[in-house]
Design a protein around this ligand. Structure first.
Ligand SMILES: Cc1cc2nc3c(=O)[nH]c(=O)nc-3n(C[C@H](O)[C@H](O)[C@H](O)COP(=O)(O)OP(=O)(O)OC[C@H]3O[C@@H](n4cnc5c(N)ncnc54)[C@H](O)[C@@H]3O)c2cc1C
Length: 376
């Protein structure tokens, strides 16, 4: 039961954004910046955003050498280059907008560990550098001469350096977006799960399960930014969930002989140091089917694989104990590019950010806000 005042002031908006991850907040910010008078509402089911944006590993990356080579199996050379450019430029844009301090961005560079069976990738390094020259002007990938200095096991035959990658704190990035949205006058309501969207009439049905209340919002436009959780409100969307595991060790009682963001196995495995600890994650490719899940549960097969890598390859001979672990859900499709499109008379979506939403989220929000702006 709602009051006259509640009905008058809390239910009708120019734009309703569903989901307060990187993409949802970016969409709200871009739209509100272009339409300062617009009433913009963001609806988030969690108490704070509870999708991939707060669960990720904080790699400010755009693709390792073997990952880019692997992309050629599913994408044309132009598409591969375009995606690298979008990711790299996306990172530049958020650094410019929010500043490195606000994001805790560090340009520590990216590194990829190459095992014996991947050595042939090195033969293609120069042609990939050439392909990317228009974007970076200089060579992106180079071979580290002192592989032994990293202290990895002798399974690692070479280390490739990516001079343009870095790392950031995704919680700080999300807070920066949240603060800016608030400053611009975007209203954010949390703890409300959207159950249904009228894509042609702009109705948005949401539920507060704790108070057992149903809210019938109405938007002149609706933005769907629910990434892996999209099928519930847009069942035809071409995406599927992909879970990711991240583990953080207890503080290490030895000096870590490297810094930077590290990748292995075509980008499926990644690690870096945070506050004297090892952060290690990924390995979804060890059980693709099992990881097509929306449940935040740890897959023991993947956990075992990562633990083994830590002790046998990253810090051989050292005992690593783990302080915490968590999972987050990404969204994938037949191609690595995000799905950004109109989905009805009043609604449009930007979803399926894959494993690169740190780099792509801000621009995806901008593109979506432009689609929503059309026809105003
Ligand atoms: C383990 C892991 C590690 C990763 N590491 C990296 C990395 O190092 N670098 C990188 O670039 N990317 C990484 N990613 C990917 C990146 O985090 C995502 O691409 C990005 O966060 C997607 O942002 P989003 O806003 O589209 O989705 P999300 O952050 O998932 O946001 C969707 C939001 O919608 C809300 N929501 C869903 N359904 C509803 C509903 N019905 N009603 C209301 N609200 C709803 C959710 O609670 C959520 O807050 C990683 C992801 C994971 C899971």
């Amino acid at each position: 039961m709602f009051s006259y005042w509640e009905n008058k002031h809390f239910f009708n908006y120019d734009l309703i954004v569903i989901g307060a991850g990187f993409v949802g907040l970016s969409t709200a910010i871009h739209y509100k910046s272009r339409n300062p008078k617009a009433r913009v509402l963001v609806l988030e089911r969690g108490v704070f955003p509870t999708g991939a944006s707060t669960k990720n590993a904080g790699f400010a990356c755009f693709g390792s050498l073997t990952e880019i080579l692997d992309d050629f199996w599913s994408m044309s050379p132009d598409e591969v280059v375009d995606l690298v450019e979008r990711r790299y430029k996306g990172l530049q844009k958020i650094r410019k907008k929010f500043g490195d301090k606000a994001l805790s961005y560090q340009g520590t560079k990216g590194f990829e560990l190459i095992e014996g069976e991947q050595l042939s990738a090195l033969d293609q390094m120069e042609s990939i550098n050439k392909l990317l020259r228009n974007i970076f002007k200089k060579e992106v990938f180079s071979l580290e001469s002192e592989t032994a200095a990293f202290g990895f096991s002798d399974r690692i035959k070479a280390v490739v350096r990516n001079r343009y990658e870095g790392e950031l704190d995704p919680g700080k990035y999300l807070n920066a977006l949240w603060q800016l949205a608030g400053k611009l006058g975007v209203k954010i309501l949390t703890g409300l799960e959207v159950m249904e969207v009228g894509k042609d009439d702009g109705t948005v049905l949401a539920e507060d399960s704790r108070l057992n209340l149903v809210f019938n919002f109405s938007g002149k436009k609706v933005a769907i930014c629910t990434n892996a959780f999209t099928k519930k409100i847009w069942p035809e969307s071409d995406l599927q969930p992909g879970r990711g595991l991240v583990m953080v060790s207890t503080p290490l009682n030895f000096e870590i002989p490297w810094e930077g963001t590290f990748h292995m196995d075509k980008g499926y495995v990644y690690f870096r140091k945070i506050d004297g600890r090892l952060l290690l994650g990924g390995a979804r490719n060890k059980d693709f089917e099992g990881e097509k899940s929306l449940k935040n549960e740890v897959n023991p097969k993947i956990k075992f694989h990562l633990e083994k890598l830590a002790q046998e390859v990253i810090f051989p001979g050292k005992r690593i104990t783990w302080e915490m672990e968590w999972t987050g859900i990404m969204a994938f499709g037949p191609k690595k590019s995000p799905l950004i499109q109109k989905v009805g008379e009043k609604a449009a979506a930007a979803v399926r950010l894959g494993g690169m939403g740190v780099a792509l989220g801000w621009q995806a929000g901008k593109e979506l806000s432009k689609i929503l702006d059309k026809g105003n």
